[in-house]
Design a protein around this ligand. Structure first.
Ligand SMILES: NC(=O)c1ccc[n+]([C@@H]2O[C@H](COP(=O)([O-])OP(=O)(O)OC[C@H]3O[C@@H](n4cnc5c(N)ncnc54)[C@H](O)[C@@H]3O)[C@@H](O)[C@H]2O)c1
Length: 313
């Protein structure tokens, strides 16, 4: 089948395209930055075209060109610092363009990235796992847009019968992550380069999940004809930055990771206790141990920097 991935040359998309190609699918990526991924080794199975998801004509032209049977939208502004007009155009109008063009092109299977950010801070729930059915307490720009996207999807489902699935990634990690939540990434990548790094709070909590796992989840979900639910939490490894620093020091004993304060970060932390049983049960997802992923990222960076690789002790 043919799958259109909007925003497909980004951090998650670059991993997703080869996974779908391995399954024998034909992929067309539409991205405003087409040059940030190289799929040359996939030959005719992956094509990249330039297009802006906030322009309906671009999305419709990509649909006519690709004639996809399934669509994934990953194009987004990560973070909440963006000018309202600009962010609304990409995050809200862009999502509507994707859903509306899918409808007009007769595509009924669509998946897109929501986020753990819809839940807001963990303190809203106390010390318990948060499920997809919990009230969404998110309140910053990024969270509000993701919450509204989930409502847009529900509206299209109810009024037009589109089968749209939201995947809510937790704090995605990987060597090339530079936007969104990055402290848990820099806690690994900066020491891997032999440089010092400092963070405000040792007890700040995160829920990292490796980008390879997220790409695999998108592949499994989009290949499924009728997922049982509209939204899936990916969950991940709940961990404090202090404990993550300790894992990094196991591999890099000289790592210079410092914290300005021991406490004060936990109550500010986003949702980190996440129930992903829905995803695990329906899609058989099993994550590799997080410690292994930390080592993988360290060595990805060291390879890139021409530094000696590190082995597990
Ligand atoms: N990375 C994370 O930690 C994380 C966590 C939760 C949710 N998500 C969500 O996953 C999705 C993908 O995230 P990512 O980490 O791959 O981000 P990314 O920024 O690396 O990728 C997004 C892609 O969209 C493209 N894009 C931006 N504006 C566009 C436009 N107007 N038209 C077409 N393409 C455009 C970018 O060029 C980029 O290739 C986003 O919706 C993000 O909110 C990511």
């Amino acid at each position: 089948m043919s799958i259109l991935i909007i925003g497909g040359t980004g951090f998650i998309g670059r991993r997703l395209v080869p996974l779908l190609a391995q399954r024998g699918e034909e992929i067309i990526c539409m991205d405003i930055n087409p040059g940030t991924a190289n799929f040359a080794d996939l030959g005719k199975q992956a094509r990249v075209i330039r297009g802006d998801v906030s322009q309906f004509d671009d999305v419709m032209a990509a649909m006519v060109n690709a004639k996809p049977t399934r669509v994934i939208n990953l194009a987004y502004f990560l973070g909440s610092e963006h000018a309202p007009h600009v962010a609304t155009k990409l995050n809200i109008i862009g999502m509507d363009n994707c859903f509306e063009a899918s409808r007009l092109a007769g595509v009924s299977r669509v998946a897109y990235a929501s986020s753990l950010a819809v839940s807001g801070e963990q303190k809203f729930y106390g010390d318990r796992l948060v499920t997809e059915d919990d009230f969404r307490h998110g309140h910053v720009q990024y969270a509000m847009h993701k919450i509204f996207n989930e409502w847009q999807a529900q509206d299209y489902r109810e009024k037009h019968g589109l089968d749209i699935t939201a995947i809510r990634p937790a704090n995605v990690t990987g060597p090339d992550k530079i936007v969104g939540s990055v402290d848990h990434v820099f806690c690994i990548t900066t020491p891997a380069r032999g440089k010092p790094v400092s963070f405000p709070f040792k007890d700040a909590m995160r829920c990292p999940v490796h980008v390879d796992e997220i790409a695999e989840i998108f592949a499994r979900v989009i290949m499924t004809d009728k997922p049982k639910h509209m939204a899936y939490n990916t969950g991940g490894q709940a961990i404090s930055l202090g404990d993550l620093a300790d894992i990094v020091r196991e591999f890099l004993p000289d790592a210079q990771i410092t914290f300005e304060k021991e406490t004060g970060g936990k109550e500010l932390s986003g949702n980190y206790m996440i129930d992903n049983s829905r995803l695990v049960q329906e899609f058989g997802v099993q994550y590799r141990p997080y410690r292994e992923r930390v080592l993988q990222i360290i060595n990805d960076i060291r390879r890139e920097e021409g530094l000696p690789l590190v082995s597990d002790r």
